[in-house]
Design a protein around this ligand. Structure first.
Ligand SMILES: Nc1ncnc2c1ncn2[C@@H]1O[C@H](COP(=O)(O)OP(=O)(O)O)[C@@H](O)[C@H]1O
Ligand SMILES: [Mg+2]
Length: 306
């Protein structure tokens, strides 16, 4: 969004919310609106994220500007920011949301590169659990990518930006047009197939591929099978076999080859953790046995010497 447009929005915020909020800084600036960190003006200050949507830009793209607010109002989950208030005027929709202290995952990876396995596992579980909740509400996000995942200061992942979310059975302009970053777009979207739960599962796999390897996923537009093979190889060189298995199944080229739902992903992740714990317990057990045998031998030796 151009500078003049942003300046106009800031002016608008001051006139609409002057008594209520003060702008701290701009957090994001997309094609159809921008997001600000604002603070309440009362005795006790509190932080919020104020997302302002430009109705004209939504109409130009044949998208519903009230969709995001309507979707968010119905959600109540720790991995999703709460919506506090929604107002609108002739030109804009103003959404006041819970402020997430943290940074988008895209920025974290750009700064740090690939992430340690223990964090990768925690984030995979937390992101899958939130998307599982969303799907169980009958919704799909349709824009799952590192820009729309926030890593909080408590090391949790929260999902933002429900601008393209819709009910599973609805189909709209965003299903006919590819919006957003190519790297995280599922292959079927390039052949104009309607997004499904599997499209979000691809977004999950591609996002976690980026976290695991520090490399952007290969473009799935022209030679998806080759891209998939390159990613599978990269994963197997970087992360343990079990994680490679989960992620390659999530980013399979054909939607029906992917997981059916996030429950299955969560099951595989927890099962894998259980296996790891069991393996660890066996190793501890073996270590204790060897230790006891060696101690006994040492004592027997000591006794026989005296
Ligand atoms: N609830 C929030 N708390 C903190 N920061 C947020 C919040 N929502 C959005 N942001 C910031 O604003 C940026 C853009 O938000 P997003 O909803 O993704 O808008 P867009 O539709 O322009 O992509 C995010 O990358 C993030 O930095
Ligand atoms: Mg976004």
């Amino acid at each position: 969004m151009k500078k003049e447009k942003v300046a106009k929005i800031e002016e608008k915020i001051r006139s609409v919310f002057d008594q209520q909020y003060q702008i701290i800084k701009m957090l994001g600036n997309g094609g159809m609106g921008c997001v600000f960190h604002v603070q309440s003006n009362g005795v006790e200050t509190a932080d919020f994220a104020l997302k302002v949507l430009d109705k004209e830009a939504y109409n130009d793209n044949k998208l519903d500007f009230m969709r995001e607010a309507d979707v968010m109002k119905g959600l109540d989950y720790p991995g999703i920011p709460k919506i506090i208030a929604v107002t609108e005027d002739e030109d804009y929709v103003y959404m006041v949301q819970e402020y997430i202290r943290g940074e988008p995952l895209s920025l974290v990876i750009r700064k740090c590169g690939k992430i340690r396995e223990e964090y990768l596992r925690i984030w995979m579980e937390s992101m899958a659990a939130t998307l599982d909740y969303l799907h169980k509400q009958g919704l799909i996000h349709r824009d799952v990518k590192p820009d729309n995942m926030m890593l909080t200061h408590d090391c949790e992942i929260k999902i933002i930006d429900f601008g393209l979310a819709r009910k599973k059975e609805q189909v709209d302009q965003a299903d006919k047009k590819v919006f957003g970053t190519l790297s995280f777009t599922a292959p079927e979207r390039f052949t104009k197939k309607v997004g499904t739960a599997q499209t979000d599962i691809y977004g999950f796999g591609a996002t976690m591929y980026y976290v695991a390897t520090g490399k952007k996923p290969e473009n799935m537009k022209t030679t998806p099978l080759e891209s998939f093979a390159t990613m599978e190889k990269k994963l197997s060189e970087t992360v343990p076999e079990e994680i490679t298995q989960v992620l390659t199944k999530a980013i399979a080229v054909k939607p029906h080859q992917r997981y059916s739902n996030f429950d299955e992903i969560l099951w595989d992740l927890s099962h894998e953790n259980q296996l790891k714990d069991a393996e660890l317990a066996v190793r501890q057990d073996q270590f204790i046995k060897v230790f006891l045998i060696l101690t006994t031998l040492f004592l027997v030796g000591l006794i026989s010497v005296y």
